[in-house]
Design a protein around this ligand. Sequence first.
Ligand code: CP
Length: 344
Amino acid sequence: MAATDLRGRDFITLMEFDREEVETILDTAHDLKRKWIRGEPHRLLEDKTLFMLFYNRSLRTRNSFEAGMTQLGGHAHFLEPDAVYTPALPGEEKAYSTERISDVARVLAEMGHGIAIRIYGKHTGWLYGKGNLLIREFARWSRVPVINMEDDMYHPCQALADVMVMQEKLGHHLQGKKFVMSWAYSGSVEKPLAVPQSAMIGASFFGMDITLAHPKGLDLDPKVLEFVKKNVKRNGGSFRIVHDMDEAFKGADVVYPKAWTAQPTDGKTPMDPEKAKAIFEANRHWITTGDKMKLTNDAIYMHCLPADRGMEVTDEVMDGPNSVIVEQAANRLHAQKGLMALIL
Ligand code: CP
């Protein structure tokens, strides 16, 4: 078996894959994107079914998975937790309104070829790690691959699309390019840590020089930061943390400013909305403007969307020539097709 045979693998975080495997997924994604542009058929998953369970709302993730499965010759089945018996962890069941995850996962696995799940935020009481735990419980019981469509720790499908865009805009080899993951202000504190953590994990495979910028009190998960530090070392990049947005932006090739909440990552203490709000309001100046973009090395501006215009970023930047937000969203389709073609 080749080292990059990924058939049957779960996709919960990129931290469980090595560089060769990540590159295989991305190469497949670029290849399928070219086929799609040229109108060449690529029905690699004929008659296969992906079950998608969305606890949270979605524009990009749902539609890219649905369209992607159609283009690959299969079908993606949309499930709302309230329309089925809401999947629950042992000890959290309620008579006749929930069903234990072990039963849900085993039943769906008999009917299709993959199970994809999105869960974070109010559905897990803003307790860091609970959504990831639930997805891993599905993976424990399902005999078909489980895909993380965003939990409270990771958004690995977004990270694949993000790396694809950087490869398209900056050249396939991203070695030595300066990548800035920055916090940005929002009027809402209901923002998981999944995107910034996954974006840095993704960039760490490609020898990029990563800067993480945030005000004090908005720290990310130390376990993720430790992985990023080790992975950049292994792949020839660097990693630093700063607490000043302007300092971070200086000379950057890529800026990715977005809000994430102030949250304990011990898995025991839920997010306190009032404490988080106080930190957010003290840092309203963390907004990406045209003047801040002038500090960069003509950087591309990235955001996973949806963005809070006028808070995280100005319209001038969002709709400006360096913005690649639509390309990022579009690449969700191609990245996930590459992934599904390999694992399902
Ligand atoms: N970026 C992203 O996951 O978008 P949706 O919430 O619309 O799926």
